[in-house]
Design a binder for this molecule. Structure first.
Ligand code: SF4
Length: 398
């Protein structure tokens, strides 16, 4: 187990990182008023959040039933359903479906970060590109996402220009518009050539197996539509009991990051198909010919049964608790585990990397309660932080 001193050293380093500090200041200044304004203009989001929480209670209380039901319905609509208990099982599926020497385009997704999907596929000899602009910058920077929705807040425009130069960008550091145009052209070629598109899922409907994806850039549409094969990876906690509930979850998430309505909301049920000739349904038309959906456990089911961190599985990964947390405001996701950071990230670290990893992080929680106050799912993070602090104390004094 890391000591509190080791965590403190990382936090102090974060305080000295000028780019990170500038990025955090700008993000906080811009995001919080934007989110508050969005929620004020759309007061019904609060009711939708309550509906989503109730729906999640239903699924999390009967997780095995809902996993089976989702898998049956993915198959009913001609998708290929997979269940993976561990990271190794996900890799095995990816090795079979993707293989090697393929061009792979990826949508931003925290579960694929958790699984290190990009790194694994590159290791297998594939060419892999993140297609969310922020996540592409994180890929080029070889750093970790600094926020659940806005991963590149620690990368300034100067650093962005420098990173893109490695791909052939020759514009100036002030020319953000030019950078976007460059990335648009660069990725367009890859979208067209890609064999496989990999996405996460904002939610998955148990009744149809539909994968719901929300975005603003338009890259997810290309990732999930242009390659012959689409692979979607979702934590089992993303399952929702109905199509409407699944869409509501995406809406609540978008509103709580201040981008509501989102530019694009995609609902994908099975591979592309047509019945235009004599009503005979055939699969694989303009969109993917194969759709694989991997439902990933990764310790979540055990957590549900044990109870202590089960509340966190209601999380819709809006990242609002991060933006409002006084420690995250100073250190971003440097206060966190390998992937997840901030208040939600400390608990997700306990779930995905173990309590030993998360406990020393929890010591730096001020217990101000802001994370619970703003969380649309009313997740009791302070209570779970106290459990981690207690664990740290017990281990150190036993
Ligand atoms: S814990 Fe709550 S506020 Fe934080 S990311 Fe999850 S749903 Fe959003």
């Amino acid at each position: 187990m890391r000591s509190a001193r080791e965590v403190a050293e990382v936090l102090l380093k974060a305080l000295e990182d000028k780019d990170l500090q500038a990025g955090l200041d700008r993000s906080i200044l811009n995001s919080i008023p934007l989110i508050k304004g969005t929620l004020k203009r759309n007061p019904y989001i609060e009711d939708l959040a309550k509906r989503v929480k109730k729906a999640k209670d239903e699924v999390l209380g009967n997780i095995e039933y809902y996993i089976d039901k989702t898998m049956d319905n993915i198959r009913r609509f001609k998708g290929v359903a997979h269940f993976a208990k561990t990271r190794e099982e996900v890799y095995k599926i990816l090795d079979e479906v993707v293989g090697s020497e393929k061009m792979v385009v990826k949508a931003k997704s925290m579960v694929t970060e958790e699984l290190k999907v990009r790194e694994h596929l590159i290791e297998r000899g594939n060419e892999v590109w993140e297609t969310d602009l922020g996540e592409l910058l994180v890929q080029l920077d070889k750093s970790k996402p600094m926020h659940t929705i806005v991963p590149s807040i620690h990368i300034t425009k100067e650093r962005s220009a420098q990173l893109l130069r490695g791909l052939g960008f020759n514009g100036g550091v002030e020319e953000v518009r030019e950078m976007i145009e460059f990335v648009r052209r660069f990725l367009r070629e890859r979208f067209v050539k890609a064999h496989v598109g990999i996405s996460g899922a904002n939610s998955v409907d148990a009744n149809s197996g539909a994968v719901i994806l929300v975005e603003n850039e338009g890259n997810i549409r290309h990732v999930t539509n242009l390659p012959n094969i689409h692979v979607s990876i979702a934590g089992v906690e993303k399952i929702m009991p109905s199509y409407i509930d699944a869409i509501c979850q995406a809406m609540v998430q978008a509103a709580n990051i201040g981008t509501y309505p989102p530019t694009y909301l995609s609902a994908i049920t099975g591979p592309s198909s047509t019945a235009d000739i004599e009503f005979i349904r055939l699969y694989g038309v303009h969109g993917p010919k194969e759709l694989h959906i991997i439902l990933y456990d990764g310790g979540r089911i055990k957590v549900l049964k044990e109870g202590i961190f089960a509340d966190q599985l209601h999380c819709i990964r809006c990242g609002r608790c991060q933006l409002e947390c006084p420690i995250w405001q100073l250190a971003g996701n440097m206060w966190g585990g390998e992937v997840y950071g901030g208040p939600m990230g400390v608990i997700w670290t306990a779930i995905t990397e173990g309590v030993e990893k998360a406990a020393p992080l929890a010591l730096f929680c001020l217990n101000c309660g802001k994370c619970k106050e703003v969380c649309p799912m009313d997740i009791d993070i302070p209570n779970m932080m106290s459990e981690l602090k207690r664990y740290y104390h017990d281990i150190r004094t036993s």
